[in-house]
Design a protein around this ligand. Sequence first.
Ligand code: PLP
Length: 398
Amino acid sequence: MSIENNKTYSKRTASRMSKIRPSGLRRLFDLEHEIGKSSSNRILSFGLGNLNIPTMPEIIDQLKGALDDPISHRYSPNAGLLELREALVAKYKSEYHLDYEIEQIVVTSGCLEALIDTFLALIDPGDEVLIQDPTFGYYASQIILSGGKVKPIPLNEKFELEPEDVKEAITSKTKALVLNFPCNPTGSVMSREKIRAVVEIAADKGVIIISDEAYEAINYDGHKHTCAAEIDNENVLIISSFSKTYCMTGFRVGYVLGPPELLTPISLVHQYNTACANTPSQIAAKIALQSPASIREPMMKELTERRAKTIRAFTSVEGIELNYLPLGAFYIYPNVRGTGMDGQDFSDFVLKNCQLVVVPGREFGNSTKDHIRVSYGFLDQADIREAGSRMEACFNKK
Ligand SMILES: Cc1ncc(COP(=O)(O)O)c(C=O)c1O
């Protein structure tokens, strides 16, 4: 039997596995595969949260040379290569005026390892963890695997988190709040004032902020990212990575930064989990941080153009509405109710009739089932234009 068709839980597995489901995206990818076999049109996928832009050649060229050094063939220190942590200290100082010590950083296998290490180190059985709704699907499963309870807070109509809603959601059992701006799936950002209000409420109530800033460096139209630790670095854990900032999703290198009292236990989980992040990837990350900021310009130019074309392609269809400006990440999250379909029916419809993949909003929580997530990370501009033409033809016919 294939792994896909097997159950995730049986009498021989831990009971916590009964609460974990494979992502609904799997159904979409199976369907995509099925339709791809019978259609003459190439499938164009706005489904992936991945980037098809290669890692900057400046990083790859230097990395190739570094691989000759046997240091890159060995385990690194558990918390990460010293030079990489030094480069991270310098980054947070120069970009956000924050003073971290080397000991306040643990380098991990991407944000995903940083997140689960953090949840395992912080959560007791029954603790509640607040998450945004809609939000990145991994948080809920990782919180449940760590023994916690997930409590979603719906975002407002512009997909920001309202400080008042945070205040109302906090109970005596609330341990932490996971913030994610720029946000996956919406591409929305938050003003510094709103981040300040949320961070201050959390600190006041003794709730730890876990701020996933994976998209911190992908901002448009002059928007300036606020790092949540700029507001309060005593109560905020920053989680970020090189995946999106430097088109390095396959390298799997990220980190967690925070106050020593929280970092020490997280670092212990990390030690028993993976020992250390992949050493060649850490070297690539160090090279990235030591390179001039200008190496990111071609990537940002490309994403900026894709964003404009994606917004145009989807909002040209009658009934699709985007009533906020996505100023970060590489997603838009329009409401498709005006087409007479909810997000699920719409994504099935465009897959069958236009050979386009988009992800229904229900994959990201319960509050936005009329929305779809559209990622422009993995489609070139010509393909985005082609997708627009297919939708125009298809919806005119309907
Ligand atoms: C909000 C968010 N956090 C974390 C990740 C995973 O990041 P990494 O590749 O660093 O594990 C993603 C990937 O799509 C994401 O969207």
